[in-house]
Design a protein around this ligand. Structure first.
Ligand code: GAR
Length: 212
């Protein structure tokens, strides 16, 4: 079966990009890695993998709408069907999202709607919650908002610091994100009143595993 061409957008380390690459049962094919930061380590990882890369630094464009138009045009030239945000730290406007309706997916290191935005892991630690987690969601115009695809809890253990908690959260992300993307590509879904409704929840649990 033909694999679905996707783009990964990353601003940072790219460990989730690597997890998406190494998932063996992928029904997707990563067509390119795109970044808003010319020196993002994720770009280096993609180059090592021999993958096409593209840098779109917003400061190189007269305005954000020009920046987004250029990105959409490159994504179209690669015939990308899904846009997979993996640590992409920019807000996308309705113009971009309408180019890929409910086909932009994001990963966030908390149980949304808790701890939206930057530094979610540090803020969860400071707040003293005993559980946090990871969320995969479809993207709408808000910050870390949009219909939830899957979530997984991660405990905050006594003695955890930002480093140890980040390692456990990333391990959960690396496991979940490729499987969640597979579910989105293989299991029909609809979106109603801000919620994602699966045609077959059991199949999603089979692909992604049980939450506990
Ligand atoms: C991940 O933890 C992801 O959840 C987070 O950025 C990190 C990227 O790590 N995304 C957000 O905070 C989005 N608001 P990586 O570059 O190693 O894949």
């Amino acid at each position: 079966m033909k694999r679905v061409p996707v783009a990964v957008l990353a601003s940072g380390e790219g460990t989730n990009y690597r997890a998406l690459c190494s998932y063996e049962d992928a029904p997707y094919e990563i067509a390119l890695l795109m970044s808003d930061r010319p020196h993002a380590p994720a770009l280096e990882k993609a180059r090592e993998d021999g993958l096409p890369t593209a840098v779109f630094y917003p400061g190189d464009f007269p305005d954000l709408s020009g920046w987004e138009r250029a990105m959409v045009s490159t994504l179209r030239s690669f015939e990308v069907e899904w846009v997979v945000l993996a640590g992409f730290m920019r807000l996308l406007s309705p113009f971009f999202l309408q180019a890929f309706p409910w086909r932009v997916v994001n990963l966030h290191p908390s149980l949304l709607p808790a701890f939206r935005g930057r530094d979610a892991i540090a803020r969860a630690l400071r707040r003293g919650v005993t559980w946090t987690g990871v969320t995969v969601h479809l993207v709408d115009e808000g910050v870390d908002r949009g219909p939830i695809v899957v979530q997984r809890p991660v405990p905050i253990l006594p003695g955890d610091d930002e480093g140890s908690l980040t390692r456990r959260i990333k391990a959960a992300e690396h496991h979940l994100y490729p499987r969640a993307l597979r579910a989105l590509l293989e299991v029909p879904f609809s979106v109603a009143e801000g919620r994602l409704i699966w045609a077959d929840e059991r199949e999603v649990r089979r692909l992604c595993g049980e939450p506990f």
